[in-house]
Write a protein of this length. Structure first.
Length: 551
């Protein structure tokens, strides 16, 4: 059965393997026909509706009471109850399942993982709605990030792991050797996973950030325990349910993939991470917790992504309107709740160069405020761009930031025209003085951006690099007409692991990262110690054991 699955999906795997080499962009799924899409959408809506107000069934061992506290930011309580699992039962079960899994060949594991992805793809609408109503992401973004984008990231990690494992000779590849003077001595190599991998979900992009770790672990021979954020359980619960079903149908132990749910008042991620059975940890989210994992879970390999102070450096532009539109779009998408969202806009004291002359810093601030107003003037369009938030989740943060400087763009609460009861915050833009750099040199996660004046473009580059070095950054936007400025920025920011996005226009956003094309995470600065996805992300999840014997 497992080899049959491999042959069924082999063409897709070959395409994915080629794409990891070229990095020219690739997506696994062609557009479905209109009829097929309509059917899947209807099935997804029905499935999501059936989850609400019910028990989520998982046939895991050690299940006692049921818990759940998810509330849709779009104004309704989901009232979904999940099994509360006894770790003393689940972890030994996962370890036993891994013992069975390690006997599956590389191709068998690949076939099963590819089939899991296929089944997840068929349920993309259901998962997209689950993502939307647990995270508050705008519907289009939730469908994309919770569905096809997360699946492509999973396929990328799967392909990278397959490539690494295939590079080690093994018995199923007819590996062996004879060395001169050692007649009859044969060598065989076995790839062994480290043990149990813990994948800790975040509240804003649960599938997109969890899938690479889940599939890299499975491909490299490890069991997976998935611990979602208490407010974003459903997308990963569906994923675990699909994975368990496919593994069981393929003849494996479904406890290879298990779900562990907790409550905000009684978190258990730390206690699981410290368990000796857990040898790998994947996490994206709060920077303080990411740092805690690295410091305390030293027995495990930790792949973490934390806070990011992503900068925008505006030196010059051929089209000031296009430049400002790109900045505003990037800041408004999902109301600044992506790890790639810009946090601070740096403008030189002498202003911004354009073909029509200098746009001084005050005029730039005025144009920026006007573009925010234009982009968010229509409540429906604004709500679809920003998404919804849980009640008062960011209100205090926005108020605190607004008190620290001149409020250039005031945050407002928008009533969502499509979802009565949903709360939508528009971003606040706060202008701070040059000497107040300590204000923005930390991550303000959410609908908040700072406009900061610098002595010069060189000073702006230096400050962006300093923020990345001390606090972490994933990217920086640069607008310039000067090739020398671009080279200087590439050198300074590249040295601290910041990906540069140069001269984006109205249609480009810094948040548009694509699997098989863009790497996510520098692995250099405090924003994270890993990169999704290259060989280092997968290679540390397994080891090679060599046997020698005489025939």
């Amino acid at each position: 059965m497992s080899l049959e699955l491999f042959e069924r999906h082999r063409a897709l795997l070959d395409l994915a393997l080629a794409a990891t080499v070229t990095r020219s962009g690739f997506t696994a799924r062609a557009e479905e026909s209109t009829d097929s899409e309509a059917v899947l959408e209807a099935e997804g809506r029905e499935a999501f509706a059936n989850y609400c107000g019910s028990y989520f069934y998982l046939d895991q061992p050690g299940v006692g009471e049921r818990i759940g506290e998810e509330r849709s930011p779009y104004g309704s309580s989901l009232e979904i109850q999940y099994p509360k699992t006894n770790l003393g039962t689940v972890l030994p079960a996962a370890a036993r399942a891994r013992e069975a899994w390690r006997r599956f060949t590389l191709r068998e594991r690949a076939g099963i993982c590819l089939e899991i992805l296929q089944q997840l793809h068929l349920r993309s609408h259901e998962i997209g709605l689950a993502t939307m109503h647990t995270t508050g992401a705008p519907q289009a973004l939730a469908m994309r990030q919770g569905g096809i984008l997360a699946q492509d990231r999973a396929l990328e990690a799967l392909a990278m792991a397959y490539q690494e494992l295939r590079g080690v000779p093994s018995s199923d590849d007819a590996a062996g050797s004879r060395t001169q003077g050692e007649l009859g001595l044969t060598r065989r190599w076995r790839q062994e996973g480290l043990g149990i991998g813990l994948v800790i979900g975040c509240s804003t992009q649960p599938n997109l950030r969890a899938y690479p770790g889940i599939f890299a672990n499975l491909m490299t021979g490890n069991a997976v325990v998935v611990k979602p954020h208490p407010q974003a359980v459903l997308p990963l619960a569906i994923t675990v349910g699909v994975a368990r079903h496919v593994v069981r149908e393929a003849g494996g132990d479904p406890n290879l993939v298990t779900l562990v749910v907790d409550e905000a008042q009684s978190p258990i991620a730390q206690s699981i991470a410290l368990r000796p059975e857990v040898r790998i940890v994947d996490y994206a989210g709060n920077g303080d917790f990411a740092a805690w994992l690295i410091e305390n879970a030293r027995h495990a390999r930790c792949h973490v992504f934390g806070g990011a102070v992503n900068a925008v450096i505006v030196d010059g532009t051929a089209n000031i309107a296009e430049t400002i539109a790109s900045i505003v779009r990037s800041a408004c998408e999902y109301a600044g709740r992506m790890c790639t969202s810009p946090r601070v806009i740096l403008v030189p004291r002498d202003g911004v160069s354009t073909p029509n002359g200098i746009v001084d810093r005050d005029r730039f601030a005025e144009l920026l405020a006007l573009e925010f107003g234009r982009t968010l003037s229509d409540d429906l369009a604004a709500a679809r761009l920003l998404g919804a938030m849980r009640l008062d989740e960011y209100g205090t943060l926005v108020q605190g930031a607004s008190a620290l400087g001149e409020v250039l763009v005031e945050s407002r609460v928008i009533d969502h025209p499509e979802f009565p009861g949903a709360q939508v915050y528009s971003p606040a833009v706060v202008r701070v003085k040059p000497e107040e750099r300590s204000i923005w040199m930390r991550e303000w996660f959410g609908p908040i951006s700072f406009l900061a004046e610098c002595e010069s473009t060189a000073d702006a580059i230096s400050m962006a690099a300093a923020a990345a070095r001390s606090q972490g950054a994933l990217n920086a936007m640069l607008f310039t007409l000067d090739a020398g400025v671009r080279v200087a920025a590439e050198e300074a920011l590249g040295a601290v692991g910041v990906a540069l996005c140069v001269n984006f226009g109205r249609q480009q956003s810094v948040n548009d990262e694509l699997p098989f094309c863009d790497y996510h995470g520098p692995g250099i600065n405090p924003a994270g110690n890993a990169t999704v996805c290259h060989s280092a992300f997968v290679a540390g999840r397994f080891r090679v054991v060599g046997d020698r014997f005489f025939r």
